[in-house]
Design a protein around this ligand. Sequence first.
Ligand code: 8X3
Length: 247
Amino acid sequence: MKTAFITGASSGIGRATAEALAKSGFQLVVTGRRRERLDALAQELAPTPVHILTFDVRDRAAVDAAVATLPAEFGHIDVLINNAGNAHGLSPIQDGDPTDWDAMLDGNVKGLLYVSRAALPRMGEGGFIVNVGSIAGHEAYANGNVYCASKAAVEMLTRTMRLDLLPKGIRVAEIAPGMVETEFSEVRFKGDEERAASVYKGVQALQAADIADIIQFMVTRPPHVQIAQVIVFPAAQAAATAVRREG
Ligand code: 8X3
């Protein structure tokens, strides 16, 4: 049975990807900060073998310590989904909160690096890493500043990792979604549900399962096929700031 290791699996795209890959016959290492949610996910996925690791990707020592505890039967990683990440705040650079900047750079960029560094010795020929980027890494939009920069780093890290891992036969891809309706906006707007809901108002946004479906397709191609980059929008979106709303 192949093993997929998924960060940020307690909600959103990570959780939906765990569900999709379990259906495809993978066993799973699911990681996140919220143990109860991961327990509930593991129960839901039974009888798929699931191993839970609880850590914050921003904490390098915790990442290393957790990965070191993987039992032998989950010790070889075939697929790594670097999904953990968030947006914190949406304001002009001159008004930005440096604590938010730290959270985004530490989670979206350094977290991805820490997890990849810890996982890579357990990966080999035929492996596949999928980094979850964003359209925000490909396009600038007002007030996106540090979030856009963090996701641009994900795009560039994907491209450079693909080069570095070429001799090892490990494939590396980025999936860069546009508008996906998850807890993303609630986190970005710090619990302001009304503001979060306004992001998706009058739009049939993508759902986490739509992204999971594409990730599942990417990682189940034959070993000689490397999908390198996927940009995905809802039908009602054509660019980061070009959205068609009903009503
Ligand atoms: C989320 C997409 O357009 O809000 O990564 O930046 S966007």
